[in-house]
Every structure is written in C-alpha cells, then in structure tokens.
Design a protein around this ligand. Structure first.
Ligand SMILES: CC(C)(COP(=O)(O)OP(=O)(O)OC[C@H]1O[C@@H](n2cnc3c(N)ncnc32)[C@H](O)[C@@H]1OP(=O)(O)O)[C@@H](O)C(=O)NCCC(=O)NCCS
Length: 153
C-alpha cells in the first residue's frame, strides 16, 4: 500500500531536470535504470552535503527501488528529494522521479540514507534535526565571500 504523507510533512522539491538522451537508453529503448540511479545518487549526495554541512557524505543505504513506469528518448524528467529523518550522523531522504510534463511517476525510493564522515572516514555527529531551505550549511570551501568593490585606482 502507498505510504501516507502527514499533512505537515515537508514538501518534496524537484531540483534537477534531465533530458533522456540516446546514451541513457537500455536495449528496450527506454531509460536505463543505471543512468537514473547515478543521477539520483549524485543529487542525493548534493542534498546531503547542503543539509549536513559536510562534503564527506557517503551513501549508506537505499531501500527498495520501484520503477513505476518508463521514460523514453527525448522525455523531460525531474528528480525530487526530501529529508525525512535526521539521525546523529546520518540523514534519510525520500526520492521520486517523475515525467516533468505529465507528472507521471517513474521511480520511487522511500529511504536513502547518507552518513557524514570525519577526516578519518568515521561517522561524524552533525547536530542537525531539521531541513534547511537556505544555504546556511554550505561547507566553507564552497562558500564564496561577498564580492568586494574594486579599489579605486
Ligand atoms: C558509512 C560507514 C562509515 C558507517 O559505518 P558504520 O559502522 O555502519 O557506522 P555506524 O554503525 O555508526 O552507523 C552510522 C549511521 O548509519 C546508520 N546506518 C548504519 N547502517 C544502516 C543501514 N543498514 N540502514 C540505515 N542506516 C544505517 C546508523 O543508524 C547511523 O546513523 P545515526 O548516527 O544517524 O544514528 C560505513 O558503513 C562505510 O564506510 N560504508 C561504505 C560507504 C560507501 O562507500 N558508500 C558508497 C559510495 S558513496
């Protein structure tokens, strides 16, 4: 049975759009699952980096993957993620991929777990318990300083 979403549950944002190209097809002429999973894993890693404020995030677990329907060459698809749980060192996300035009679901993954690591590769406590919608946790290396006005010559 489909999982119910609580009325006050955070809304899933569809951040990334993809154009299904010939190199992404399987022998059946539809979107290759391996390409889709690579895109999801990368998208989830970026989401985890921004939520946990840590570049050293790794995929720990992915639950059952339900390929609901196919996508064909030329289709426009979009990838959605939402954090569903913040643990001590991990965070859990839910993922949906859908056709951008028809909104028909292509894939769902109920549970993707990422773990933030320290410089030794050990799980690192992140201290967060809720989603940020700002860019306030971006790891320092990616935080560009506000551009300074050029000095007068
Ligand atoms: C990530 C890794 C360091 C975690 O090590 P570990 O010994 O399992 O560490 P822990 O037992 O402390 O668990 C760390 C977190 O993962 C969670 N976790 C562990 N196994 C899990 C599982 N099967 N499902 C869901 N969550 C799991 C734990 O609950 C814990 O979360 P919390 O701290 O928020 O409560 C280790 O498993 C690893 O290096 N795995 C390989 C990761 C990888 O290479 N991924 C693919 C490429 S990115």
């Amino acid at each position: 049975m489909a999982e119910q979403t609580a009325p006050d549950a955070p809304v899933m944002n569809f951040y990334t759009r993809r154009w299904v190209r010939p190199e992404d097809l399987n022998a059946n002429g539809t979107l290759f699952g391996g390409s889709l999973l690579r895109w999801i894993d990368e998208e989830a890693a970026i989401y985890a980096i921004l939520q946990l404020g840590n570049e050293r995030v790794v995929t720990k677990y992915m639950s059952e993957i339900d390929f609901v329907s196919s996508a064909w060459e030329g289709d426009l698809i979009e990838l959605g993620l939402v954090a569903t749980h913040f643990g001590r060192t991990s965070m859990t996300m839910r993922c949906e991929v859908r056709n951008m035009i028809t909104r028909d679901s292509i894939l769902t993954i109920n549970k993707i777990v990422f773990v933030g690591l320290d410089e030794h590769g050990s799980p690192l406590e992140h201290g967060y318990s809720s989603i940020t919608y700002d860019r306030d946790r971006i790891p320092r290396r990616h935080g560009s300083p506000i551009p300074q006005a050029r000095p007068e010559r």
